[in-house]
Every structure is written in structure tokens, then in C-alpha cells.
Design a protein around this ligand. Structure first.
Ligand SMILES: N[C@@H](CCC(=O)N[C@@H](CSC=O)C(=O)NCC(=O)O)C(=O)O
Length: 312
């Protein structure tokens, strides 16, 4: 059902919840989204939408929490990037972020972690590469390069879709994430100086070119030339960062098995920040593991961190 066709203007989504399909237009392209689910939560709405992604060449889903304030005014947007094996659902159902977003008046957006069902041979063979493991890079290897464009998806296409369809302030956005997604958030901020008001990460894969997960993914998506990997490595990028303040917060659990195994390497990130005088607030927490229990514990502090800069 095409319940409403709205051209060029943002309508407050809370007032048109019954629409199962909306077609809107910004200046350059059509950004049609289809509502998959909608649940009232803390006075706002937790929704899931799908859309045809031009970057990923497939149907992509994203979760969006619309706080009650979006009924009456435009709100800043905080993008969340999830980790390996996740869909848009993990953050929506496990992080407990909506209550704080409702209090602050922040729209939360949580995309899927890779293209889905694009019929690349081997895409579903492992949990740390291919489906559910896009690593937020634009692949350059022949097999993957057409659809595995998660970097462009999360930095360009998705914000366009959000700004065309929701009550958002286009110039007030921040980004955070977990593990693969924590690293993705850092890279998005580092590669786009000034685009994000702040960045934070839970247990990011901080130096993927030195970690087994990253080496596997970058070899597959970017090929064997390791000099190209540095363009997507937060520790390498921060060494030459010259942009405005990143306002960077990183939390790491000390009982995180992936930290203990050397997949995450936050000390490398912190040393690289120090070498280029880039401030980072890296907090190591006794006893916490890699799970969403850890994320849920500190999510409020992260959202408060972003709120400070989103409402400046
Ligand atoms: N193979 C295991 C472990 C996968 C896992 O721990 N994934 C994390 C992210 S790891 C780095 O990006 C995660 O967020 N899992 C989802 C969750 O809801 O906890 C497995 O398949 O579980």
C-alpha cells in the first residue's frame, strides 16, 4: 500500500505512523523506505525499515528510534554500527539505548552489518567474513566490490535516507558502535573530519591490520596490498589526523576474551593518538566481557557523551 507520497519535505514521523510505505524525494534521488515494524517505546517509536540500497545493490534494513521530541522539532542523529554476526536487531533489542535517547531527544539509527543475499559465492561461509561482516569498507576486490560498500552506505547513503525521511538535523550527527562497528565508527569519523560531532566505541577492533579478524577481512575485501589497508585502519588514520576535535570515547572490558586474544588492541590506538596529540578517553573496565551486557552497562554514558556535542 502506498499510503502517502510526500515530496521534498520532512513530515514528523510520529504523526504518520500508520503509513506502511513512504516515498520522498530529496534534491538528487528518490529514497523510498518501507516500514517493517513499529513499536511505541518511551513515548517515541522503535521502527525498522527496509529500502533498496544503491550502494549495496540489495534490500537493506535499518532500525530507527524516533524520540517523542521528533513530533514537534528536528532532532540530532546518533548512528550505531554493530559488530560481527549482527543485524539491525542486536542493538535495537539488547543495548537499552532508547530510554536515554527519548530523554535527550536523539534519533538513533542502527543499520545492518553487510549486504544480504547478493549471491556472491562463499558469502555465507564464515561468521567473520561476508554476510554479517562487511567491516564498513568499500571493497575493491572484484568479487566483492559491487555490493560490499558499507563505508559509503553508512557515511553517505544512509544519512541521505534518514535526512529525507525523518525529523533530523542534517548537520548534527555523531557515530558509535561495537567491535567491528566500533572500529567502523572510528574510521568514519577519522576519514570525514567535522562530519560527526563526536565518536565513541565499545571494544573496537582498534588496529585491524594487526589483528586476525582484520587481516582476514582486509585481504578478502581490499586485496593483498597492505598499503591500501591503512586507509581503513583507525590506528593508522589517527596518526595523520589533522581535523577538528573528534571527541572520542572508547570503553574496553578487561575480561573480554577478544581483547585478551589480541583482536582489539586498544593500546595501539591510544599510543597512536598520543603520537599525534589527538585526545582520546580510553577506559578499561575490570571484569566486563565483549557482550551486550557490557554495552548496556555503559550505553547511557555514551549517549550522554554524544549529547554534549550534538546539542552544542
Ligand atoms: N562467533 C560468535 C561470536 C560473535 C560475536 O561475539 N559477535 C559480537 C561482535 S564481535 C566483533 O565485531 C556481537 O556483537 N554479537 C552479537 C550479540 O548480540 O552479542 C557468535 O557467532 O556468536
Amino acid at each position: 500500500m502506498i499510503a502517502g507520497t510526500l515530496f521534498g519535505h520532512l513530515k514528523f514521523p510520529g504523526t504518520i505512523n500508520s503509513f506502511s510505505f513512504r516515498l520522498l524525494r530529496n534534491s538528487s534521488k528518490m529514497t523510498a523506505i518501507t516500514q517493517v515494524s513499529s513499536n511505541k517505546m518511551f513515548g517515541g517509536f522503535q521502527k525498522v525499515y527496509s529500502h533498496e540500497s544503491t550502494e549495496c545493490k540489495c534490500t537493506m534494513k535499518f532500525g530507527v528510534y524516533i524520540p517523542p521530541q521528533a513530533e514537534v522539532k528536528k532532532c540530532p542523529v546518533l548512528y550505531w554500527l554493530s559488530g560481527l554476526t549482527c543485524t539491525e536487531q542486536n542493538f535495537v533489542t539488547k543495548a537499552g539505548a532508547q530510554r536515554v535517547a527519548a530523554e535527550k531527544g536523539i534519533i538513533l539509527v542502527a543499520p545492518d552489518t553487510s549486504p544480504r543475499g547478493v549471491n556472491i559465492e562463499g558469502e555465507d561461509d564464515s561468521w567473520d567474513f561476508g554476510s554479517g561482516a562487511g567491516f564498513y569498507v568499500d571493497a575493491t576486490e572484484e568479487k566483492w566490490k559491487t555490493s560490499y560498500r558499507m563505508y559509503s552506505y553508512v557515511t553517505k547513503e544512509l544519512p541521505e535516507v534518514i535526512n529525507a525521511n525523518f525529523s533530523s538535523l542534517p548537520d548534527k550527527m555523531s557515530i558509535f558502535g561495537h567491535s567491528m562497528g566500533g572500529h567502523g565508527a572510528l574510521v568514519c569519523a577519522l576519514k570525514n573530519p567535522g562530519k560527526f560531532q563526536s565518536v565513541s566505541a565499545f571494544a573496537p577492533i582498534s588496529n585491524p591490520i594487526k589483528a586476525p579478524w582484520g587481516i582476514k577481512a582486509f585481504t578478502g575485501y581490499l586485496g593483498g596490498d597492505q598499503s591500501k589497508w591503512q586507509e581503513y585502519d583507525a590506528t593508522e588514520l589517527v596518526k595523520k589526523y589533522t581535523g577538528p576535535a573528534l571527541n572520542m570515547l572508547v570503553d574496553q572490558g578487561k575480561a573480554d576474551n577478544f581483547y585478551v586474544e589480541g583482536q582489539l588492541l586498544p593500546d595501539n590506538l591510544s599510543a597512536a593518538c598520543a603520537s599525534n596529540s589527538v585526545p582520546i578517553n580510553l577506559r578499561i573496565h575490570e571484569g566486563y566481557d565483549h557482550s551486550y551486557y557490557f554495552i548496556a552497562t555503559f550505553i547511557e554514558e555514551h549517549i550522554n557523551h554524544h549529547a554534549k556535542f550534538l546539542f552544542q
